[in-house]
Design a protein around this ligand. Structure first.
Ligand code: ADP
Ligand code: MG
Length: 562
């Protein structure tokens, strides 16, 4: 009986097995060891997984989905053509494809696996991963934390003890973990990261800069032309070394020659590299450590191939990080080694010490200046808070003589409430009064098992209301699910927004998503002003505010905030 090791990644997945000669990575049906974690449905309703699905992301975007790992453990459903899927179901389709490839490679059925998960995954997310495997016909012998898998691949568990920092920069996420190995147990200490920073941001920045240089907007390009531009930039990013690359770019109305130099790439990468520094500093600070106490810094994830990322990390620590293993398969290798150890009953114990809340939890508050834009998201528990955690925020009534106040609970990182995942709601009675006069305390308490308790206390009456949200798949009613679903499919932009304004709004949203605390509030204020100007539809004013917003965002993106 063979147990395979699987890295079920946000961008790419891979699998391997343990043999007498060490780890063998299993090629897929195209002969590649990486299978993009992308699922699509073709016009006949048939499922496509992997590279082919990835190629359809731009021109069949309504029938193709990537990065669904971010939604694991939620009830959020993704619509592909006429069908809808949960993240668990989508993951099971990727796992099934890996399982079939392993069976072809081995010439025998494969029914058991060790699967890696991010260290910050909570119980629900781990449960959802096991369920996905089950749906694919795989029994999960063990889940392994991704940083632990990387450490094992580097053989760090063969040392007596040690403190290791694992930096994992993938396609869209950056995870920082501090591991302590002692007495045969790998303990994952601090876990920090940026859920919205990865290799794709570098390509986005390259495309943006080229378009800016030629005074073009994304909308000016046909989808296929834009897709080609992305592919050319992705490939240039991977090839870039000390020698310049000369590219011929088709920009629709014209064809231009573009020289990709290390200097150009360094300039556009700077804001992203600054952002990457924050969680590294935070993980070390949270652990109360001096960087010199760390025995090894290990680089994981395809994007750590970027020379500029390696040198940034090298400068931070004053030494070279470990990166001699292939960074995009190192987690799969570690999972395969653990699978081998399992077969010999020698599996390594691996525990997470500080559990963190992986998403921001909050509620909706009325956008008073502009009710037409819907509600804003008020974060209550911010992502990466160590759990258990309990936080209170005060909110007030929005209308005169309002007698009922409904607290809707959402999970997500978006500034606009509708773009986050709805979890449930609680209504409380308040005495009639002029708007803003009645206030309530909203307390969110979140525990290790993903249980969210919402307590609301009405100040004037002293009455307390309580609601428990079992934040587990299946906990939402069918009606709630349908509501969340139709909201999602109704998402559309107001036609008055020009593409450049839309792009600027998106840039602000992205920055909001990747920020926390005061910085988040500041961005929300700036964006609110911008939306107000757009609403008034005065071109001169819009132009003026647009310039201000651009300056503010550029400033925020470039500054080292900690
Ligand atoms: P995930 O853990 O999110 O599944 P991976 O570890 O597979 O992701 O990393 C995928 C990312 O790695 C992509 O954004 C890809 O562009 C980037 N990448 C792969 N190879 C290279 C390279 N040679 N240089 C720079 N980036 C690379
Ligand atoms: Mg990964």
């Amino acid at each position: 009986m063979t147990i395979i090791g699987i890295d079920l990644g946000t961008t790419n997945s891979a699998c391997g097995l343990w043999t007498d000669d060490g780890v063998t990575l299993i090629p897929n049906r195209l002969g590649e060891v990486l299978t993009p974690s992308v699922v699509g449905v073709d016009k006949n309703g048939e499922i496509i997984v992997g590279r082919t699905a990835r190629q359809r992301l731009i021109n069949h975007s309504d029938r193709t989905v990537a990065a669904f790992k971010r939604l694991m453990g939620t009830d959020h459903k993704v619509k592909l053509g006429k069908q809808t899927f949960t993240a668990t179901e989508l993951s099971s389709l990727v796992l099934r494809s890996l399982k079939e490839d392993a069976e072809t490679f081995l010439g025998e059925p494969v029914t058991e696996a060790v699967i890696s998960v991010p260290a910050y995954f909570n119980d629900n997310q781990r449960h959802a991963t096991k369920l996905a495997a089950e749906l694919a016909g795989l029994k999960v012998e063990r889940l392994i934390n991704e940083p632990t898998a990387a450490a094992i691949a580097y053989g760090l568990h063969e040392k007596q003890e040690g403190l290791f920092l694992i930096l994992d920069l993938g396609g869209g996420t950056f995870d920082v973990s501090l591991l302590e190995f002692f007495d045969g147990i790998m303990e994952v200490h601090a876990s920090a990261g940026d859920n919205f920073l990865g290799g794709e941001d570098f390509v986005d920045a390259m495309v943006d800069d080229v378009l800016r240089e030629h005074r073009l907007r994304r909308d000016d390009l046909k989808p296929l032309t834009l897709q080609n531009l992305y592919l050319q930039m992705e490939s240039a990013k991977r090839k870039l070394g000390p020698t310049d690359l000369v590219l011929t770019l088709d920009l629709g109305e014209k064809t231009v020659e573009h020289v990709v130099t290390a200097d150009w790439f360094a300039r556009i990468s700077t804001p992203l590299l600054l952002r990457a520094k924050h969680p590294i500093e935070r993980a070390i600070r949270d652990a109360g450590l001096h960087p010199s106490k760390i025995d090894d810094v290990v680089l994981v994830g395809g994007s750590t191939r970027l020379a500029i990322f390696r040198s940034t990390v090298g400068k931070m620590f004053g030494r070279l990080p470990s990166c001699h293993l292939d960074p995009d398969t190192v987690v799969a290798m570690g999972a395969a080694i653990q699978a081998g150890l399992m077969m010999r009953n020698e599996a390594l114990d691996d525990v997470v010490l500080t559990d963190v809340c992986p998403y921001t939890l909050g509620t909706g508050v009325i956008n008073e200046d502009n009710p037409r834009l819907g509600s804003y998201f008020l974060p209550i528990i911010e992502r990466n808070c160590v759990v258990p955690v309990s936080i209170v925020k005060e909110i007030c009534t929005a209308h005169d003589n309002q007698t009922e106040l409904t607290i809707k609970v959402y999970q997500g990182e978006n500034r606009l409430v509708e773009k986050n995942v709805y979890l449930g709601e609680l209504s409380v009675q308040v005495p009639p009064a002029p708007r803003g006069e009645e206030t309530v305390d909203v307390r969110y308490s979140y525990d290790m098992n993903g249980l969210l308790e919402v307590d609301v206390t009405v100040h004037s009456t002293g009455k307390t209301y309580n609601h428990l949200i079992e934040h587990t798949p299946g906990a939402l009613s069918e009606a709630d699910k349908q509501k969340a679903l139709s909201k999602l499919s109704e998402l559309k932009f107001h036609p008055r927004d020009g593409e450049d304004n839309r792009a600027l709004l998106a840039r602000g949203e992205r920055l909001y998503e990747s920020s926390l605390g005061d910085r988040r509030d500041y961005i929300a204020d700036v964006m609110k002003q911008f939306e107000r100007a757009l609403e008034r539809q005065n071109p001169a004013e819009i132009a003026k505010v647009q310039k201000q917003v651009k300056d503010v965002l550029a400033q925020l993106e470039s500054e080292d905030w900690f």
